[in-house]
Design a protein around this ligand. Structure first.
Ligand SMILES: Cc1cc2nc3c(=O)[nH]c(=O)nc-3n(C[C@H](O)[C@H](O)[C@H](O)COP(=O)(O)OP(=O)(O)OC[C@H]3O[C@@H](n4cnc5c(N)ncnc54)[C@H](O)[C@@H]3O)c2cc1C
Length: 417
């Protein structure tokens, strides 16, 4: 089979690419190993809600129009929203079709799938940035008596054995799971390293309204000083709840969760944590203050002060009076560990020399270092908002513009030959 362009993945990124390919009448096919919006159906924990508000949940020509614009969608609602977008844009999706290999072939790519082989000129990799849970290698030193979970197999607290739980990671996933597990009655220890603290609302508006309105989320990848760092930035400590409550470390501490430093090693049956919580907390507080200060400055400079509440400042993160530097893993206090230590993409099927030594895709704003190969949906791909649902429209338009130019150039060359 031959097709001009193959899009790998029918999440919101692949479907946005398809939408712009259709607009430009570029013949294409979207291949999806599961169903449309597979990651929202299969890979999220039961209680997950978006941390971006409903009014911000928009795709090209398709926006939330329900009765609760300030609410936060459940994973099932996100899947239905993305499904609606696929139907509205009549995306040519072939579901239950896994891509098992992509190799360069003269002037294009040979793609092997669970449903046969396809030759194409261009490929858009929209297979997701969060296919695999990043679990540190020290996990293998945990005693076998301790059950281990990642956000993919966690589901809900009932799957955990009774007893204490060590949650590793203080970003959005870690703080949300720590709070939920604590509410199930299990004692929780949360190990935190560098993190991004944010209040849920600021001056009466969702903090993500400020990110959007101030233009910060729109900042382009080629305007960012330290792009590598921006691409590695952990997700903010946010949760989407009807109460719009803030879930920072002060909130977790007030619940009775034990905060410890970064998990540094597991040795002789003991988990060893870094000290220096005071510095880690102070740094996160400082960065939050700076960000809120930027928002204040933007509101003042653009005459928006009257539209929002008065500037707010928040209590610094409280340093716990006692923070253990180690925990005996044989003592029975910890019965399970939840790795909330991030995610990474899976490119094991990509046989094109475009990965660096860390397995990361080498690309310039989604234009991969191989002719006709493109990517979407990776962190800060073209803008700070790239991995968020509302962030895909601008990125997909730019990337498909480039792809269309590439095809036009290639056609010109072949017609001259
Ligand atoms: C826990 C979590 C919470 C998040 N919360 C928010 C939020 O609140 N707001 C927000 O805007 N964003 C959020 N995001 C970020 C982002 O919206 C999601 O990661 C989103 O799923 C990315 O969309 P995507 O289309 O790039 O990738 P995915 O949704 O992962 O889609 C990729 C698709 O490719 C398919 N695929 C992968 N490999 C293959 C293959 N070899 N062959 C065929 N198909 C393949 C997968 O099955 C999948 O359907 C969150 C992400 C995570 C992980």
């Amino acid at each position: 089979m031959r097709v001009t362009t193959l899009v790998i993945g029918a999440g919101h990124a692949g479907l946005a690419a398809s939408r712009f390919l259709t607009d430009r009448s570029i013949d294409h096919l979207v291949l999806e190993r599961g169903d449309v919006a597979n990651s929202w159906r299969r890979e999220r924990w039961d209680s997950l809600r978006l941390l971006t508000p409903n009014w911000q949940t928009r795709l090209p020509g398709h926006a939330y129009d329900g009765p609760d614009p300030d609410g936060y969608m459940s994973a099932g609602e996100v899947a239905a929203f993305i499904d609606g977008f696929a139907r509205a844009s009549a995306a040519p999706v072939r579901t239950q079709t896994a891509v098992t290999s992509i190799r360069p072939a003269d002037g294009g790519y040979d793609v092997v799938t669970s449903g046969g082989e396809i030759r194409c000129r261009c490929v858009v990799l929209a297979s997701g940035a969060c296919n695999v849970a990043s679990v540190p290698s020290l996990a293998s030193a945990l005693p076998p008596s301790i059950a281990q979970f990642t956000p993919f197999d966690y589901g809900n607290p009932n799957r955990l054995p009774d007893g204490g739980v060590l949650v590793v990671g203080g970003s959005a996933t870690g703080v949300q799971l720590a709070a939920e597990i604590h509410q199930s009655g299990r004692p929780v220890t949360l190990s935190v390293g560098e993190h991004v603290r944010l209040p849920r609302t600021y001056r009466g508006r969702d903090v993500l309204w400020w990110m959007d309105a101030s233009g910060l989320w729109n900042q382009r990848y080629d305007e960012i000083d330290d792009l590598t760092r921006a691409r590695r930035l952990p997700s903010p400590q946010l949760v989407g709840t009807p109460q719009r409550s803030t879930l920072d470390l002060n909130a977790l501490d007030a619940m009775g969760i034990t905060l410890v430093g970064r998990l540094a090693a597991i040795r002789d049956g003991r988990a060893l944590f870094s000290g220096g919580l005071r510095n880690v907390f102070a740094l996160a507080d400082l960065k939050m203050e700076r960000l809120l200060g930027m928002f204040d400055e933007w509101a003042r400079a653009t005459g928006r002060d009257a539209d929002v509440g008065a500037p707010e400042r928040f209590e610094p993160t409280r340093v716990p009076a006692v923070s253990p530097l180690q925990v005996d893993l044989h003592g029975g206090a910890i019965r399970s560990v939840v790795w909330a230590t991030g995610f990474h993409p899976d490119y094991r099927w990509l046989h094109v020399p475009v990965l660096d030594e860390k397995g990361q895709l080498k690309h310039e704003g989604g234009i991969v270092e191989a002719a006709g190969l493109y990517a979407l949906g990776l962190p800060v791909l073209r803008r700070r908002k790239s991995t968020f649902i509302h962030g895909i429209e601008d990125d997909a338009r730019d990337v498909i513009d480039h792809l269309a130019g590439y095809l036009a150039g290639a056609n010109l060359l072949s017609s001259r030959a």
